[in-house]
Design a protein around this ligand. Structure first.
Ligand SMILES: [Zn+2]
Length: 232
């Protein structure tokens, strides 16, 4: 699955079946039957996604960072839109935003990430850039048996990628990108990096604080210089 399935908008009717390939081997009627059967094929999540309809980097963004996303089966258009909008709203304070430029189908044997080895194994998919974002059916904690996680930023050597459960709240991608840009967890009330449950402030008032932004800027510059993330 090294090649992107999609780099532009794909009409949902464009299905993976290609009966024309068989026309030299099958009678014409059978070819027509295969074509009809193919029209009944449900599109994969990657094919059904309208890439052009996802949020893009605002025009004035100084650093428009590219993402490639792996999707499990299902319709993820609204979920992706919320995650990207929230992340870009928060990243604006450092002049950054993210934009999906490649969409892949998550292989069936990677839908559930239960063990550390499976987190590592995701790194075999695709290349280091654009930044990899794996959306999975289930993400289990690596230390506490039975506990599900919403997201994790995973590192192997010099590489980094984001793994997110498709049950994650809209703020999780922003939080994980904070980790990608060097931030640890925080105890500041308004920080999106603060994981502690609290009644105030409400989640929509969370973001990257003035104290966190200098480290994010420095890490961003370093990652860009090293070619570990890339700009559009
Ligand atoms: Zn975290």
């Amino acid at each position: 699955m090294g090649t992107p399935l999609l780099t532009a908008t794909v009409h949902p009717l464009r299905r993976p079946c290609q009966p024309r390939r068989h026309r030299f081997f099958m009678p014409r009627r059978l070819t027509a039957l295969v074509a009809l059967a193919c029209l009944a094929c449900p599109p994969t999540a990657a094919q059904a996604l309208e890439l052009a309809a996802l949020p893009t980097c605002p025009t004035a963004t100084q650093h428009c960072l590219t993402l490639q996303v792996w999707l499990p089966p299902g319709d993820h258009q609204d979920w992706l839109t919320q995650q990207l909008q929230t992340a870009n709203d928060r990243l604006a304070v450092i002049g950054a935003a993210v934009q999906v430029v490649q969409v892949h189908q998550l292989p069936a044997n990677r839908l559930r990430i239960d063990r550390v080895a499976q987190r590592d194994d995701l790194g075999k998919l695709g290349s280091q850039t654009p930044l990899r974002w794996f959306v999975v059916d289930r993400l289990m904690d690596n230390a506490e048996p039975g506990r599900q996680r919403k997201g994790v930023t995973w590192r192997a050597g010099s590489q980094v990628w984001v793994i997110e459960s498709q049950q994650a709240w809209r703020w999780v991608l922003a939080h994980e990108l904070g980790h990608v840009l060097g931030l640890p967890h925080s105890t500041e009330a308004h920080s999106i990096m603060n994981k502690a449950p609290r009644a105030w402030p409400p989640p929509w008032q969370l973001g990257f604080t003035a104290k966190e932004q200098p480290l994010m800027r420095r890490t961003l510059a370093k990652l860009l210089k090293q070619g570990r993330i890339e700009k559009k």
